[in-house]
Design a protein around this ligand. Structure first.
Ligand SMILES: Nc1ncnc2c1ncn2[C@@H]1O[C@H](COP(=O)(O)OP(=O)(O)OP(=O)(O)O)[C@@H](O)[C@H]1O
Ligand code: SF4
Ligand SMILES: [Mg+2]
Length: 394
């Protein structure tokens, strides 16, 4: 009997009611024991994702994006790691699931496109075999039908001469082609949730745009939910329904995509947005780097973890960590005592400038940097031709 038909997997992950969220993550912590102490890579993350929707997870290197994705997938190292909280997929708890149950989920229900296809594809196995093996593992179909499916999958991800390509090895293909193959493998069994972890950073800008367009098209066509992980707000701007901004293992701001760009409140989100080239900026304009270094997650600063880099930080910020605060806009929440766009925020910037704080002096432009949180410029369209729209419901 195939693994797919084993009673345990089927019982555990049989479909939940369609109106239940596809994924519910509640107070997720993933901590690693290291020689220096405990690294809080994911530190109390909660969110939920409906079927067919897209969530962007954005943050600098080391903010915990990949560990978050791997924690949900159950793809963590075997030792020196502790994962607590709750992850429900279609209403069923995933934390504590057996390896057999997890194998039921991977590929057929939840799938992942990694950053570098060369490390994920088997270099000594032909592409066709890699795809058909995946199909045969999860679907009760014949080898001939698996090959037919593999052909149509390659066509659907825009690979010409699919018949010939099936007989090739990964090294015979360009980076963009390999990433298309990875997408074909990831969507092969019709997963309900697709993680795309920096799926385009290894590619040049034009190919990046094509791959992101392809992912978006497949996501819509198949009504998959997608979690798009990136360090670049520009990448998620027009392609997600919602964005979660991560800093030091925590979500510091979360909002529907359009709201995040028009009503951002967290200074770190503002700094990320500043670091993107603006539409209409003269060529060779220098990008604003985010000053300071990302925090040490083993020995994080007291109070707000962004405080050493924040132009608005005041005494309270150094002492007390802000909780997640809801705004009047549904789905918009942030962690900050002195949010962007408030009079207190402007006053804090002035006071810090007067005191000569480097993070405050580095903020150029009028008043509080953004002026108000309203209407920051859209990111430059470096992910596809034409302008990036920041509409939700992408
Ligand atoms: N196995 C591990 N043991 C100890 N620390 C780890 C382990 N894996 C990740 N970390 C730490 O967890 C933190 C978050 O890492 P993660 O890979 O999630 O960052 P990221 O946001 O994906 O960054 P990038 O944009 O560079 O991919 C980092 O400080 C990293 O060093
Ligand atoms: S204003 Fe204070 S609480 Fe808000 S991000 Fe800056 S340091 Fe943190
Ligand atoms: Mg990563």
């Amino acid at each position: 009997m195939s693994r797919r038909r084993r009673a345990v997997g089927v019982e555990r992950f049989e479909p939940a009611p369609l109106d239940a969220p596809l994924l519910e993550v509640e107070d997720l912590h993933t901590h690693f024991r290291t020689g220096r102490g405990v690294a809080r890579a994911v530190d109390g993350v909660s969110f939920s994702l409906e079927r067919g929707r897209t969530l962007g997870v954005v943050g600098e290197s080391g903010s915990g994006k990949t560990v978050l994705a791997r924690s949900i997938m159950g793809l963590l190292p075997k030792s020196n790691v502790e994962r607590t909280g709750s992850i429900k997929f279609e209403g069923r708890e995933v934390i504590g699931a057996t390896p057999d149950d997890l194998r039921e989920l991977w590929g057929s229900q939840i799938s992942m496109v990694f950053q570098d296809p060369m490390t994920s594809l088997n270099p000594v196995m032909k592409i066709g075999k890699q795809i058909t093996e995946m199909l045969l593992q999860h679907l009760d179909i014949s080898k001939d039908y698996a090959r037919e499916l593999a052909l149509s999958l390659l066509e659907s991800v825009g690979i010409p001469e699919a018949d010939r390509r099936l007989k090739e090895y990964p090294h015979q293909m360009s980076g963009g082609m390999r990433q298309r193959i990875m997408i074909a493998i990831a969507i092969a069994c019709g997963p309900k949730l697709l993680f795309a972890d920096e799926p385009t950073t290894a590619l040049d800008v034009t190919v990046q745009a094509q791959i992101l367009d392809l992912l978006q098209a497949q996501q819509r066509e198949r009504f998959m939910a997608m979690i798009l992980v990136t360090h670049d707000l520009g990448v998620v701007a027009g392609r997600t329904d919602e964005i979660a901004v991560m800093y030091a293992g925590r979500v510091v701001e979360k909002a529907p995509t359009k709201v995040l760009f028009s009503e951002l409140r967290h200074p770190y989100t503002e700094a990320l947005l500043r670091s993107i080239p603006k539409l209409g900026a003269p060529s060779h304009t220098r990008l604003a780097a985010i000053g300071g270094r990302p925090p040490d997650i083993v020995n994080p600063p007291a109070g707000c973890k962004f405080s050493p880099r924040c132009p608005y930080a005041r005494e309270r910020c150094l002492e007390e960590e802000p909780p997640l605060i809801d705004t009047a806009t549904p789905g918009h929440e942030f962690r900050c005592w002195i949010p962007v766009g408030t009079p207190e925020n402007r006053e804090a910037l002035e006071a810090n400038r007067a005191a000569g704080a480097p993070s405050a002096l580095a903020v150029v432009g009028e008043g509080n940097g953004m002026g108000t949180a309203a209407a920051p410029s859209a990111p430059t369209p470096h992910t596809r031709s034409g302008s990036i729209d920041t509409k939700g419901g992408a």
